[in-house]
Ligand binder design. Structure first.
Ligand code: ZN
Length: 465
């Protein structure tokens, strides 16, 4: 033992103590539990979105002790903010702690939806007229008013930013090309004309989305043969500046006159108590249909009866006051509307058959408005009416004051190869008294009686004003 001095002993013990401490430290380090994050250490979650907790992995001596980890803190996805999650593990003398940062905020861009098409056709040389859009954000709601748009050569770019700075965009492509056909609108539908007569086009309109009014460019091909019964087509064709062509057709029926001729009995200026009711009685007994051009006068029930018994209720004039009716185009139509609405109210019918006060050939209108009949005869057709004058005049409003005078005037003018539109007035007692004999004459001579309809060829006078 003497070999070791006291000094050497101290050194030896110190080394041993040091080794012991080192061993303990190493033991602590290598046997401590392990704690590590799964998933990301810091992440951003959309507001109102889903936060999926990825968890941690804790091991101790190779054994999974993740269940022993306590989580401090909570993420509220409905409120924006920065959330800190602490994962704490205590095992014996050991305490381990790791942290995850979760940022909740609006990261979703607003969405711009376009009204109209994503690819918009624009007339060449024109500017695009905005069809509208909406912008909606998951947090801010409707932010349409914040949208700004810029038009470049061939597109419109829409941009909108939400409060969090997320930017939504959309784009509309502009195609400068007219791909839309012009439109042709025919006045009236199928037209019926009598063999050997004259076909007059009822009118048409043509418009184009880019070129506007194209009426003057319409090419009308008319193959109607007035000398041969049959159904013909009139073809209307128009091409716009971009080469789009529209074609429409109208049927025209050329029909032969009924054998023996047709008599259209027409009665103006009624109804009137004492005459119209008696005339209706006679027509009923004889099984004949007629046409009544009514006014604002007389009782409603007679108009109702005319319609109920199968006659045509047509429009004459509300006031029959020439000075008023023919003072202007507007005044004419205002007067017509009054009687039209009366008939509609009583019968439910939208009457479209009319007779001008004094006929279309009247000259009295000259006193109130020069040329008005020239305008009106076209305008009523444009508005879908058919107007009828007459070719047999009973003259019951003129000099024919007796039943026999009325009778003679009518039968003298009847033509068996024609359609006979007979002018009479159901406010005249001599007409009432002549009616049965006129009907008997017609029947005895092979005539057919009919009421005027929209397919009856129009019988018109020449216009004198
Ligand atoms: Zn009249």
């Amino acid at each position: 033992m003497k070999k070791f001095s006291r000094k050497k002993k101290i050194i030896l013990i110190s080394v041993l103590v040091f080794l012991l401490i080192l061993n303990s430290i190493l033991l602590i380090i290598f046997t401590a539990p392990k704690l590590e994050l799964k998933g990301e250490e810091s992440l951003v979650v959309n507001i109102d979105g889903m936060y999926q907790e990825a968890g941690v992995l804790a091991t101790y001596h190779g054994e999974n002790i993740s269940k022993e980890v306590k989580v401090e803190g909570k993420v509220d996805v409905h409120h924006s903010g920065t959330y800190k999650l602490n994962y704490v593990l205590k095992k014996g003398i050991y305490k381990k702690e790791i942290t995850r940062i979760v940022i909740v905020k609006d990261i979703e861009a607003p969405v711009i939806e376009l009204k109209g098409n994503q690819e918009a056709y624009v007339c060449p040389g024109k500017t695009y007229e905005e069809e509208g859009y909406t912008a909606f954000d998951n947090v801010d709601g409707d932010i349409t008013s914040n949208v700004s748009s810029t038009t470049e050569d061939e597109k419109v770019v829409y941009t909108v930013e939400d409060k969090e700075g997320n930017v939504g965009t959309n784009e509309r492509t502009l195609i400068f090309k007219d791909i839309e056909k012009p439109k042709i609108e025919l006045t009236g539908g199928t037209q019926t004309v009598y063999l050997g007569g004259k076909y007059t086009d009822a009118g048409y309109k043509a418009t184009d989305n880019c070129d506007g009014d194209l009426k003057n460019k319409v090419k009308v091909t008319n193959n109607v043969n007035m000398n041969k019964a049959g159904t013909y087509e009139v073809i209307y064709e128009v091409t716009d500046a971009s080469g789009n062509t529209e074609t429409v057709k109208r049927s025209v029926k050329v029909v032969s006159l009924p054998k023996g001729g047709t008599i259209y009995l027409t009665f103006d200026d009624g109804p009137q108590e004492g005459t119209t009711n008696k005339i209706l009685d006679i027509l009923k007994e004889e099984g004949v249909k007629a046409t009544f051009f009514v006014t604002s006068s007389g009782p409603d029930y007679l108009i109702k009866r005319e319609a109920d018994e199968g006659h045509t209720v047509a429009l004459h004039t509300a006031t029959h006051n020439y000075a008023k009716v023919y003072s202007s185009v507007d005044n004419y139509f205002n007067d017509l509307k009054i009687v039209h609405d009366r008939v509609l109210r009583i019968t439910g019918q939208d009457a479209k058959i009319i007779r001008f006060p004094g006929g279309s050939s009247n000259t009295i209108s000259r006193n109130y408005s020069r040329g008005i009949m020239t305008t009106l005869t076209k305008e009523v057709i444009n508005r879908g009416y058919h107007y009828f004058d007459w070719n047999v005049d009973s003259n019951d409003a003129g000099g024919a004051n007796s039943a026999s005078a009325v009778y003679n005037n009518v039968i003298r003018s009847l033509s068996s190869s024609n359609l006979n539109v007979v002018l009479m007035h159901d406010i005249k007692s001599q007409t009432r008294d002549a009616l049965r004999d006129i009907i008997k004459y017609g029947k005895a001579n092979g005539f057919t009686f009919a009421s005027i309809t929209m397919s009856t060829p129009m019988v018109k006078h020449g216009v004198n004003n």
